[in-house]
Design a protein around this ligand. Sequence first.
Ligand SMILES: NC(=O)c1ccc[n+]([C@@H]2O[C@H](COP(=O)([O-])OP(=O)(O)OC[C@H]3O[C@@H](n4cnc5c(N)ncnc54)[C@H](O)[C@@H]3O)[C@@H](O)[C@H]2O)c1
Length: 263
Amino acid sequence: MSDTKQQAFAYATYPDLAGKRVVITGGGSGIGGELTTAFAGQGARVVFLDIAEEASRQLEETLSGSAHPPKFLKCDLTDLDELKAVFARIDEELGGVDILLNNAANDDRHEIEDVTPAYWESRINVNLRHMFFCTQAVLPGMKQRGQGAILNFGSISWHIPHTQLHLYMTAKAGIEGMTRALAREVGKYGIRANTVIPGAVRTPRQQALWHNPEEEARILAGQCMPERVEMQDVAALTLFLASNNARHCSGREYFVDAGWYGA
Ligand SMILES: NC(=O)c1ccc[n+]([C@@H]2O[C@H](COP(=O)([O-])OP(=O)(O)OC[C@H]3O[C@@H](n4cnc5c(N)ncnc54)[C@H](O)[C@@H]3O)[C@@H](O)[C@H]2O)c1
């Protein structure tokens, strides 16, 4: 995005998001950090879960002037006992969850021949399993209230040619199936479930670890629009899908990737 477009960017306001209880996994940095910022900006009551303590505390500090300052709870989502305990605490403190953003993930690279059974499990656990169990934790309350929105974060990676991300892509493909299965079961309770699919988003981690001129050229050549997708673009779509403006959007996949289906 050019500097002028970046400066001109402003989120739409969704009045029904004000006061909503929102849980954001991996909400301490990257796209998750922008989600925390954007939902706090709508007046939502955000709790974000993360393992990155320093970044998360910093974000809490930055957003401390919000109408409802977001609250950071440290939680390793691959530890299911910790996950269960943190949602029990959220229920106790907030009285329930209206919107769940299953965003946390880890896109470490690997070669097929190096994958051990333990590594397989660790990748599936960090990229897929917690989404199911966070959902399981919030569903009873959502069903009781007859409303709720769950957004699972997929990835463009398995929709395009990509390498060294075998297990991440496997998990991300699974998320789309899991989300459709969920949407079918919970629609009758007024609960919506969708997958948000980011393209190549400029995050601090992506820029630090994988960015190089060849990769930049590959991305821009593959997209319909030769401009990089920013974290705000993902947050803007997420705000809409979480709001009542999307009241009849469920069981689907929503891409924000500048049309990346080239090589
Ligand atoms: N950045 C991209 O280009 C891109 C592209 C496609 C999809 N996505 C998806 O968007 C989402 C956000 O991506 P991102 O680029 O911001 O990722 P990121 O790696 O920058 O941030 C992920 C966040 O999750 C947290 N996290 C990781 N493991 C955790 C654990 N075990 N317990 C709790 N928290 C944990 C991290 O500390 C971090 O704050 C992910 O689901 C990712 O797969 C990103």
